[in-house]
Design a protein around this ligand. Structure first.
Ligand code: GAL
Length: 701
């Protein structure tokens, strides 16, 4: 068998020698990107989420002074203060917020105001019980907590319009108000009440036009679930276990995502009309998959998101957070973004959820955001609350306002960022590799998770991590995005595909791009129906393979080997490939399919398609990523020790390198040459010393 198997290395390398490469020109950015630094009067946005309504008014002045001393020039206010702004239906009180703004503005601090719809007042629930979402058992959420409203409740829509209009009218010309954050972390919950069911039926009707088309698309003949009236269409109740129709369930996710977008847009439209000079954003949640951020973020001026890296014990692995930053950037054409909630202390509600981080890590995480394209960092929150659910969620300060170690490091970082602003302004992340994230595939895997140990995000993370560890910047693209500027596209487990996406990928490869697919790609059509073509379905010709058998084995380790005979562990899923035009890269070594193909490489047009039929270990992905990048003429970064990250921003004539050490040990990175330290102005030797938890920002002089 081995003789038949082309060398792992040779196949990979020769592919790149033979294939002509696209020019590497970076694409995208149709309209002029929003300039966050210019918006903030030329200052790098550096802020805190502040709740003046939680504190005695006499504290506001000393808070503002302390903020100013820490170089804070931005606050987000009011996103949970609906009851204070509209204490009685239709009666508004902004006097307290005006006073808070006055104090803050006097210290050079500008604000974004949150529309407070994420936490409606108790009186609203009491008067209009239908504004509460209903769970799948038909029980309405009771008052308490937050974010438990029904997106389709007419009473809630009316209340939203009223408060947003009142706020916009009051603040449209306020010189200290830069703009707006819509609601707070939109997405959950799914509501199962009659208005949401009717809205889903309406959405289906708009999509399919006829019931015949819907019945065909969903395959409702299965178990005889054929619908003869739109009103018969149910919501996919989870109480039915996993027995609901996957096509219906996918459309339900899509319709909820669309409804979330429409609710955001309702608020955006009010603000644009009344306050056209103020900018609008929303605080997304990174890897959260309840909504399609590439759609949700469309009406916004720029993306903002909430970054909490402190869950669990190991803070040295930064790759997951890096992916979330890049996904957020990718959700709006790779425009620079801001972090609206950056972890400022321990997380926790009724218990603490992490362990305390060394102060330097709070700085490193802030710079990580900047390295990935953030032009603004705003810490959650200024001071830990004395009240309510989040007494254990630390702010920068604790309740006693003592200038603790977190405050000191936040101050240091603020001063540094002020110094770096000119250098950073106008720079952005440029990436030759893109990770294709498919919201439809993510949802389809939520609905049918395949096997116990399958995890779509882990697949994304493995490929992403490999290129990032090789020192290569990675963009995230969505199926509707522009693929043309990249040299390599990685589309892990591209489960749900439609014709336009297949055609786009084919064109990308034909023009010389490299496409990497992994197991369970091309299995479902856009209706979440299994293809009747030989797997990988519409991607089979591109990949040059057929799959006639597979073996899901959650608990078993397989092994794959190239011609070097070295076994590499494989797990979770084993697609058994039959090459048609492809060559073998790796084969299985165990079981009844020992010797059969696990990974293939196929020349297609001027490019190349790899299909990885299983899940490999991190080292194998790294090995592959390095070879791919080299073959595509992408320069590799330096060898990076575990727990050290490098990311690069650039602008004409300048490269800005961020070296981030998340470990408690001093580390060393050897670069191709010496660079200038952007903070000290001194030249750093090629061998850069990184003290524990430290960051170096280096630039070409
Ligand atoms: C975020 C949320 C904040 C705060 C924080 C800590 O998700 O937007 O309002 O609750 O978590 O729990």
């Amino acid at each position: 068998m081995r003789n038949r198997v082309a060398s792992f290395l040779l196949v990979l390398v020769s592919a790149f020698i033979l294939a002509a490469r696209p020019s590497g020109a970076q694409s995208k950015e149709p309209a002029k990107p929003f300039d966050l630094i210019q918006w903030n009067g030329g200052k790098f946005i550096y802020g805190v989420d502040y709740y003046p309504e939680h504190w005695n008014e006499t504290q506001w002045e000393s808070d503002a002074k302390m903020m100013q001393a820490a170089s804070i020039n931005f606050v987000r206010l009011a996103e949970f203060a609906w009851v204070k702004m509209e204490p009685v239906e239709g009666k508004f009180d902004f006097a307290w917020l005006d006073r808070a703004l006055k104090v803050l503005n006097a210290h050079g601090i500008k604000a974004v105001l949150g529309t407070p719809t994420g936490s409606p007042p108790a009186w609203l629930y009491a008067k209009y019980p239908d504004i509460a979402a209903m769970d799948e058992n038909g029980v309405r959420y009771r008052y308490g907590s937050r974010r438990n409203y029904c997106l389709h409740s007419p009473n809630f829509i009316a209340a939203t319009q009223r408060i947003v209009t009142a706020m916009a009218e009051h603040y449209r010309n306020h010189p200290g108000v830069l703009g707006w954050q819509i609601d707070n972390e939109l997405g959950d919950p799914l509501c199962y009440d009659a208005s949401c069911r009717a809205a889903f039926q309406k959405w289906c009707r708009a999509k399919y036009k006829t019931l015949a088309a819907l019945n065909k698309a969903w395959g409702t003949i299965f178990w005889g679930h054929t619908y003869l009236a739109w009103s018969e269409i149910p919501l996919p109740w989870n109480t039915l276990g996993k027995a609901h129709n996957p096509s219906l369930a996918l459309d339900h996710r899509r319709s909820h995502s669309a409804a979330t977008h429409d609710y955001l847009k309702l608020q955006v439209d009010i603000l644009r009309k009344i306050a056209p000079t103020q900018a609008i954003t929303h605080n997304d949640m990174g890897m959260y998959d309840g909504v399609d951020y590439s759609v949700l973020n469309k009406p916004l001026d720029f993306v903002a998101w909430d970054n909490y890296p402190m869950f669990g014990e190991d803070y040295s692995n930064s790759l997951g957070v890096g992916l979330a930053h890049d996904l957020m950037r990718g959700s709006k054409n790779n425009q620079n973004f801001m972090v609206m909630e950056q972890q400022g202390g321990l997380p926790g509600w009724n218990i603490f959820w992490g362990r305390q981080a060394a102060p330097g890590l709070y700085r490193a995480w802030a710079y990580q955001g900047v390295a990935h394209g953030a032009d603004g960092i705003c810490y959650f929150r200024w001071r830990t609350s004395r009240y309510g659910t989040e007494q254990y969620w630390q702010g920068v300060l604790d309740q006693d306002s003592y200038a603790n170690a977190r405050y000191q490091i936040v101050s240091q970082t603020g001063k540094e960022l002020a110094k770096l602003t000119e250098l950073l302004h106008g720079s952005k992340v440029v990436a030759p590799v893109a990770l294709l994230v498919s919201p439809d595939s993510r949802w389809a895997f939520q609905i049918q998770p395949l096997v116990k140990d399958f995890n779509y995000n882990r697949q994304l993370g493995s490929y992403y991590g490999a290129f990032r560890r090789a020192g290569v910047n990675v963009d995230v693209v969505f199926p509707q995005g522009d693929l043309s500027g990249y040299k390599i596209i990685v589309a892990p487990s591209l489960f749900v595909v439609d014709k336009p996406l297949v055609e786009k990928l084919a064109a990308f490869v034909k023009n010389g791009g490299t496409l990497i697919l992994s197991y369970r790609s091309g299995v479902k059509d856009e209706n979440n129906v299994v293809t009747d073509q030989t797997l990988p379905g519409p991607l089979a010709e591109l990949a040059g393979i057929e799959i006639h058998d597979f073996d899901p084995q959650t608990n078993q380790q397989q092994e794959v080997a190239g011609p070097d005979g070295v076994g590499r562990p494989a797990r979770v899923w084993f697609d058994i490939l039959t090459p048609t035009t492809a060559e073998t890269v790796l084969s299985y070594t165990k079981g009844y399919y020992a010797g059969k193909v696990a990974m293939s490489g196929n020349r297609f047009g001027k490019g190349r398609v790899y299909y990885v039929g299983t899940e490999l270990a991190a080292e194998a992905y790294l090995e592959g990523a390095k070879l791919e990048a080299q073959g595509a003429g992408i320069p590799l970064g330096p060898e990076l020790p575990e727990g050290v990250e490098m990311a690069v921003r650039e602008k004409p004539g300048k490269k800005i390198l961020f070296l981030l050490n998340y470990t408690e040990k001093a580390q060393k990175v050897t670069l191709d040459r010496g660079y200038q330290n952007a903070l000290t102005g001194e030249t750093e030797p090629a061998e850069v010393q990184l003290p524990a938890f430290d960051v170096k920002i280096l630039t070409t002089p």
